[in-house]
Write a protein that binds this ligand. Sequence first.
Ligand code: ADP
Ligand code: MG
Length: 484
Amino acid sequence: MRSSRDNYEAVIGLEVHAQMLTNSKAYSEDINEYGALPNTNVSVVSLGHPGTLPVMNKKTLEFAIKLGLACDAQIAKNHHFARKNYFYPDLPKGYQITQDQTPICTGGSIFIRDAEGNEKKIGLTRIHMEEDAGKSIHDVDINDTLVDLNRAGVPLLEIVSEPDLRNAQEAYNYLSEIRKLVRYLEICDGNMEEGSLRCDANISVRLKGTSEFGTKVEVKNMNSIRNVQRAIEFEIDRQINCVEHNEKIDQETRSFDALKGITISMRSKEAANDYRYFPEPDLQPIRIDESQINSIQKEMPELPRNLFIKYTEKFGLSDYDSLNITENKGVAMYFEELIQYTKNYKAAANWIMGEIKSYLNEWGVEISSFPIKPLQIAKLIHIIEEGKISNSAATQKVFPELLKKPNEEPISIAEELNVIQESDEHSMVGYIQSVISNNPSEVERYKNGEKQLIGFFMGQLMKVSNGKADPKSGNALLRKILEE
Ligand code: ADP
Ligand code: MG
């Protein structure tokens, strides 16, 4: 009997490569930058000339430790580099300097949300330091493949997950978390389109309820998180089809074609011993002591998950609000500063997710370019709380003006714009009297029981007061006078 698709589950493990945001390359002084003219950041070291020697970039070690600490991984006190030998035109040395037996980090985890929105822990196998290869460009010249070696030697961290992911959505969430994390740590810009964050997905399928893993297939060449998800969805379907038709799944490497949305066989998977790994003789083994780890620990920024826990548990914000605010580090840091000046967390969150994010979206800028300082937004929140201006006057009138004059006091702007609410009883009574004398028939109907007319009177009150009557006290006083 044929089993249906629902009887299968996928097993997925991701290998993520993150290019480090260092000024120079991993083992040379060559500049590490994206988008330079081809083959301009290439010294004899990047070109693999005989007799040149690598020198380790200390920053990469610091970045690797940072990431390890953020994932709660074990940091190896003693480790060394290894040579991974293979031949390819974009690898002039004929080997890649990487780590094999002694990765700098082992274990640790990344927390993601599963389909139900619950937290799920994804184990990490290891994180190790290595270098990027150059770039083979197949689509610029019609006859030849071109090679750009600017990327050769750019420092990478490879983050290998345990096979703990169960579907394409979880893989999407996992990658989003990694991207958020490296951006918080400021060790990688997380730009998948430019290739500074790359992902190989290992995928297998098995019947639900079985514990043995199926044969895995590795899929490469996805240039966005969404494409990783699409590639995995396609591959799961393809493998289930194979199993259903009693076809063998080959252990192979496949490439994702984003236009067609399919994976295509590239090559059969090479085994580790094909690479003839051996300890890199040109670089010293590395020793790290506790004090070095401690000093890096002290400089760790607040991490998104800790902020999320603080916002939900201590500030009583919703999961939705907290995720929204912690999505981007700059935004979260803005919020952190804002709540130093106001304890109205919900209002602070609403300003961020409402007016401020609209501004950022509209202008396509980061929050670092947002002109208004958190203190000014806090003052705005404060005068709304005091009833001096209404929320709508704040968002529709004062805020746009504050954008133009970010250093002016919000209260002065409110005064200039004439939107200060009047809640003092004397002038309010005056407004109410005029509403009553202008609308005698409605007053009659109200008194005869049509209490819903209160809305009409409130509208009139706003009209005669030019929108300055404080709705709350105005409403109370209006009812009182009408019912006298
Ligand atoms: P390889 O030796 O082929 O590189 P590894 O054991 O190092 O394989 O695993 C590489 C990645 O593949 C890891 O992220 C791991 O979680 C994942 N993986 C291992 N086995 C499977 C499997 N059967 N199905 C899906 N992913 C797997
Ligand atoms: Mg491996």
